[in-house]
Design a protein around this ligand. Sequence first.
Ligand SMILES: O=C(O)C1=C[C@@H](OP(=O)(O)O)[C@@H](O)[C@H](O)C1
Ligand SMILES: C=C(OP(=O)(O)O)C(=O)O
Length: 456
Amino acid sequence: MHAPSLRPVPTPTTFTTAGPLSGRVRVPGDKSISHRALMLSALAVGRSTIDGLLEGEDVHATAGALRAMGATIVRSDDGRWTVDGVGIGGLLQPSIALDMGNSGTSTRLLMGLVASHPITATFVGDASLSKRPMGRVIDPLSAMGADITASPGGRLPLMVRGLNPAVPLDYTLPVASAQVKSAVLLAGLNTPGITRVIEPVPTRDHSERMLAGFGATVDVQTDADGTRTIAIHGPADLKPQHIDVPGDPSSAAFLVVAALIVPGSEVRIENVGINPTRAGLFGVLHAMGADLTFHDQREVGGEPVADLVVRASTLHGIEVPTETAPSMIDEYPVLFVAAALAKGRTVLRGLEELRVKESDRIAVMAAGLRAIGAVVEELPDGLVIDGRDGAPFPGLPAGANPVQTHLDHRIAMSFAVAGLAATGPVVIDDTSPIATSFPTFPTLLATLGARSDPAP
Ligand SMILES: O=C(O)C1=C[C@@H](OP(=O)(O)O)[C@@H](O)[C@H](O)C1
Ligand SMILES: C=C(OP(=O)(O)O)C(=O)O
């Protein structure tokens, strides 16, 4: 099929301690909401506008694919994005392979869209994405009638030949994944009848919220045991909208932990999404003793947001409840850093999903944390971390290899944060993947007073 997409030249970087962090910042728009805003706008009939869209590589991959399938997507100088949608059923046959770069969300959600359109699309990605499992979306989308040919192991590159009309499906999620849920719901948009996703454990609900906001008929029922059933009635008719994308709590997480672990810090992060299906980290940090407060709670674009004020704190280890994992799944790498500096033991389990992200985030974080002086035991489903009781990391020994990030933006940012609480240097092999989700991270960290230098 097609060759995987290429990454930019690696940018090794050293992060070191630089005194307290202070200031007031805004993180870029939420990545999950940005993908969905582009996709639903592209499927509405008429012109939608989006403010606060995340301008990261992952979201650009979604925009590029939607353009290749007929949507007109333009950014104006004031940062507002305009999308002229093709209408549900109106996606065109792309004449090029869709390059998903590093983005699992783009791949899985767009596969859902293609599955119920009368088109065929090839999906390619970078070396990291090409190792990630797509069987989890291939199975339900095939059951709806799509014909999918994947590389061995259900991986990219793969080709989706959509079926129109597709067959509605009742699907119980075998893994707690908002991407799988969303892929099926998006396929259901152009499928006559009712497509249902049953999720035994709640996952982020941005798709349901935004589908309803665009005028689709979406019913959500929650059983006594917490199981949610989301039903979408197809074919739907989406009305163009204006969307304000709130700041990404998964990006804010890095600045929150940085402020907590660098003594004397006080930072305000404005306009951060605090949707309960995303905000698990903040509750865990509170339980660990964090001085983290929410101010001016309000609603932006159908999502709850707040300004966060965070002050350096003495953290203590806890047993992190496994049931909150989906509401903080992308935040574990940086939570591991906080736990490695806390007083006492932190036990983090039920995290098998972390092994199939941009990297195996359990193994990669364990290796990097050990290299900079942390005490970490790796379990099949998580980590046990014995904290340093507030003492900084020693950093890498002289002559040691840089921390390996394996094309994983969240690993790179986690070790950048760790470097701010280290007496010796923390050198990261490549910071370029940070641009996938948080391109302004290096600048914001510097604005708050952090130090980084190009490494040889
Ligand atoms: O739906 C989404 O936007 C996302 C869902 C999560 O993945 P899974 O659904 O695979 O858990 C998360 O890790 C990813 O960063 C974004
Ligand atoms: C897992 C992530 O993203 P994706 O699955 O979209 O690549 C992430 O951003 O941490």
